[in-house]
Design a protein around this ligand. Structure first.
Ligand code: FES
Length: 86
């Protein structure tokens, strides 16, 4: 189980290889918002994932690098719709 933070709330989630973080969260009942079809930079799915386990996720995408600050990336923030479990 991984401890994540979404909208200032902590959750424990199961993870599975090949699954996006957002799908993992939704599958486990976390109501992740999304507005990316209208505004890809909406950041509604912004989620903090433990840095110590970042190796389980793919590297931040071009979209994440364009809408998140380097500090947010350093702190483990990801767009849940972009982060994929390896
Ligand atoms: S789900 Fe819309 S920006 Fe991630």
């Amino acid at each position: 189980m991984r401890r994540i933070t979404y909208k200032d709330k902590e959750y424990l989630i199961h993870t599975r290889s090949g699954m996006r973080l957002i799908d993992s969260m939704r599958e486990q009942g976390i109501p992740v918002e999304c507005n990316c079809k209208k505004d890809p930079s909406s950041r509604l799915c912004l989620t903090r994932y433990p840095r110590s386990e970042a190796f389980l996720l793919t590297e931040p995408t071009e979209l994440e690098r364009s809408v998140l600050t380097p500090q947010e990336l350093d702190q483990g923030y990801r767009l849940a719709c972009q982060a994929l479990f390896k």
